[in-house]
Ligand binder design. Sequence first.
Ligand SMILES: [Fe+2]
Ligand SMILES: [Fe+2]
Length: 480
Amino acid sequence: MFYLWKRSQVPIKQPTKISKIDNLIIFLICILISIISSYKELLISPLNISDIFSWLLTFTEAFVGSWILILVSKKENPTISSRQIILIVTLLLAVQASKLALVSTISPLSLIIPPALIISQGMGSITALAWVSIASITWPDPAVPVNNNLFFILLVCASVVSLLGGRIRSRAQLLQLSIFVPIGAFLSQWILIGKDKISFIEKQEFVFAKDNIFSDSLLLAIVMLFTILFIPIFESIFGLLTKARLLELADKEKPLIRRLSLEAPGTFEHTLLICGLAEEATRMIGGDIDLIKTGALYHDVGKLHAPNWFIENQDGSKNPHDEIDDPIKSAEVLQAHVDEGLKYARKNRLPKLIANFIPEHQGTLKMGYFFQKAREKNLDINENYFRYKGPIPQSKETAILMLADGCEAALRAMNINASDKEALETISKIIYSRQKDGQLDDSNLSKGEIFLIKRSFLNVWKRIRHRRIQYPTSKNNTFS
Ligand SMILES: [Fe+2]
Ligand SMILES: [Fe+2]
């Protein structure tokens, strides 16, 4: 719970702007949810004032509930897009509508648990928990009382799915969840509701009868399995970033990463080292490790447009920057690794959260070397020509990547005999210069976190140093 609370405290820095049309669509869906949830209360005849009042109450309850749900989702995901909010409210609308149509034939388990799985996977556990509570409160038909025990089981199962769904890291675990939750639901219904409600399929000729515990749980398993099948489609339509998708993108056999390793081997090596630095630091401050690992892998893919213009790929050959001898043009090539990277990201349909690492890892940093060269020629040259276009890091993860990117070359170049103190001083100097330049202003990293980041970079450096130490080997003792 502490972890969830901590995640819910992510401050809203720059919430994504939602267009007026999207706002209108969301508003209309919320109104529809409220109408569906409450209209049956107006069908009673004769209608008196108290009935109208209770209808108004249910209508307002459903409307306010939907709005609270949207606020919770925005709080958990400050960068949530309008498409994703539309997905959340549409799922709520679909559940309310199917409750009306199907409530007499199937149990609420199969209606509420599968959408909770989608939401927890794409938008996090807190949003999923909020969705489950709102979807359970606004029961549209007051004439259909829900068994208290069943309601309890529903809430427990949906909460388990919401909590685990936000943390699950592979499709295999998802599959396990979709088998164990229905089994859990079956056993708990057996214990709490009764054995007399079980009749196995043979007796029913494969018809899902309401109030039959076995067929309810079987249906839940089937619907959950179908949901898992459709999650990749939801991912691409609504831009959801599930843990499983993140891990798939982090596969080094992905074509773009393969190309990077073949066409820009120096950049690929640099990327791997940065992944190590960034991962360690993110673990230390409790950030999203899967996100930063994948983001780090793609941060410099833009260098594929001209690999030999970047020092790590030059391999002692001629430096094209010396040949053109034009600092402004050189700065443009450097900026192009960000612009081209964003193009690659679009072409390869990288999720926005991953694409954000591409411009934010450079922020608005100054290309110091070329700026100095330009000043040698013309003292009045505008510094802005030699700054990346930004934006500066907007999250802790992209800020860590910027710091790792800055420290990587310095740490790699450091003397093997350098002491820990010297390494820490180098790291601190680089981080301080980024801080002073205002690059970390929007990242929300605290002083304590920056201290931890320095320490973790030092730990990684110690590992690198250890790897570089040559072990003495004798002819007789090569493998011990
Ligand atoms: Fe870069
Ligand atoms: Fe880089």
